[in-house]
Ligand binder design. Structure first.
Ligand code: FUB
Length: 342
């Protein structure tokens, strides 16, 4: 989420009847909710939005978050517990600024918190921290994950126990500045500049058995249209922007993501976790706020999407997390969600 632009819908702030759902908590601002069922409860790993006083710009500098707080619920409509600070930026040795959208995973008695933060050279990298309990506190590894870059890690563990990290985000997420494994500080601030060529892609890498490093070189997550052609840079309604998530339903891999400046959540499907994925369509219309960022989980046989908007503040950088049910249609697409009542 990188723009100073304010969505038209911001005028709806505070009018609760206009919203499909209500914020899960209102004592703090939260965004980018990555939800998981751990130890029989729903745990939510969000960004913790604050009024840092950092001026707004197209790089998203106003998203100047400094710690993570983890939430949990016994059930989807149950009471929400705020577990307090799980990781503070001052305890991440290599961090510079901006703790953005995290995710979490569990393996062999350890919980892993994955997080993007700019290093001391102002380049986004992805770090990992560990804990014996899902709500932390988490202890950060001394260095970022080797070979990691950009933002928005989403870790998916397949039925065979293999874990993969999907990641990346363009514009303020810096993905467009990485070519051939090197960062170009003078590169584009937005998309690739080649409008008629394949769009920039999210990235994927299998994780090592100890979940602390990439087990293979980073690969592209290709999204094809129904004719089998890659989505193009100029196709802002459909191309990947940020906020990847993976879920498996009926044996198919659903890669879901935000289209950023066009404000949609979109899905693409494959028989393989690496893709290529075939674009299916938009499954969530724009929220109040610049964009949303989501996760999808199954709880007791029903599917839910966790997402955010700016209902409580009306301000782009002070968001609140929400949840609503998600459905899979008989044709394999995801049912369209309208977060604002018209
Ligand atoms: O919260 C900061 C950034 O905004 C996230 O990393 C993006 O996905 C967007 O939600």
């Amino acid at each position: 989420n990188n723009s100073g632009k304010t969505a038209q819908t911001d005028s709806l702030k505070q009018d609760t009847s206009k919203f499909l759902t209500q914020p899960l908590i209102s004592n703090i601002y939260t965004a980018d909710p990555s939800a998981h069922v751990f130890e029989g409860k729903i745990y939510i790993y969000p960004s913790h939005d604050i009024e840092a006083g950092t001026p707004e710009n197209d790089n998203g500098d106003h998203f100047d978050m400094r710690d993570y707080r983890i939430l949990s619920m016994d059930s989807v409509n149950g009471k929400v517990t705020d577990h307090g600070v799980a990781l503070d930026i001052k305890d991440i040795p290599w961090a510079g600024r901006q703790l953005w959208a995290p995710d979490a995973a569990y393996k062999n008695g350890t919980y892993y918190l994955y997080f993007p933060v700019k290093d001391k050279n102002d380049v986004f990298r992805i770090g990992v921290a560990t804990s014996k309990t899902p709500a932390g506190p988490f202890k950060a590894e001394p260095q970022p994950i080797k070979g990691s870059f950009s933002i928005d890690p989403a870790v998916f563990t397949d039925d065979d126990g293999t874990s993969y990290m999907y990641f990346g985000g363009i514009w303020g997420g810096q993905l467009q500045r990485w070519k051939d494994g090197k960062y170009d500080a003078n590169g584009s601030k937005t998309d690739s500049q080649k409008e008629d060529e394949p769009a920039l892609t999210a990235k994927i890498a299998k994780l090592s058995n100890d979940m602390l490093s990439f087990a293979e070189p980073v690969k592209d997550v290709i999204i094809l249209d129904k004719e089998g052609k890659p989505l193009l840079t100029k196709d802002h309604d459909r191309r990947f922007f940020e906020g990847a998530w993976m879920h498996k339903y009926n044996g198919k891999y659903y890669f879901t993501y935000s289209t950023g400046d066009t404000h949609f959540l979109a899905s693409a499907v494959s028989d393989n976790p690496y893709g290529p994925f075939t674009y299916q369509g938009t499954f969530m219309e724009p929220v109040q706020g610049w964009t949303t960022h989501h996760s999808i989980i199954e709880v007791k046989g029903k599917w839910y999407i966790f997402y955010h908007d700016t209902q409580l503040s009306g301000k782009t950088h002070l968001r609140n997390v929400k949840v609503t049910e998600l459905t899979h249609n008989a044709d394999g697409t995801i049912g369209l969600i309208k977060p604002l009542k018209k």
